[in-house]
Ligand binder design. Sequence first.
Ligand code: PLP
Length: 229
Amino acid sequence: MTTVSPLSSITEQRDLIRADIAAAAKADGRGADDVTLIAVSKKQPDDRIDAALEAGLRVFGENRVQEAQMRWTERRASYPDLRLHLIGPLQTNKAGDAVALFDVIETLDREKLAVSLAREMQKQNLERECLIQVNTGDEDQKAGITPQEAVAFSRHCRQTHGLNITGMMCIPPVDEEPAMHFALLKTLAAEAGLDVLSMGMSGDYETAIRFGATHIRVGSSLFGARPMA
Ligand SMILES: *Cc1c(COP(=O)(O)O)cnc(C)c1O
């Protein structure tokens, strides 16, 4: 039996994903450089994280603030060009920690959180990029602002709170064709005058790119299944 090292496996997967990105971007009249691969490192063991860094990956996504602090606070010091994206729901009492650690907060979806983020950025003298999370499927259990409110909310966050809103993100319902959700997000972002579209995960990133994704969030296809519960 041969064991595959995390480095060779992640490097191999990264190359396959990059080839997919190039093909899908081309189909959308864009180049591979127009799409950023966010390596979703949540629940992955240290050896895979270090292998991903060794493979040259620098943009990572995490969905929990505390877990991300444990994983990235020290590594951040060794990799000044690291870019960390928060892709999970954020409670207002964690806004300060999130602002301190993350370069991009992708899950801004309500007024109370906008207030907390603006206050924390001012207090820490840091300007972080924010994306508006849109609940494109109007699912009760899912975070995100409704599609109806998304454009006005993004303008409000810019104008009233002075937040640096650069785009929108969505997580389509698991049981629906994702394409229509990606198309909706693109329409909303265009209406709001925003360029960044964070959409597409391991199962649907090629579709997302064909529909205009500028950022894809890929975990299991890159790292392998998440072993930590
Ligand atoms: C976990 C997660 C991902 C990555 O999921 P995979 O299917 O492993 O690629 C992407 N986006 C969000 C918001 C996530 O929580």
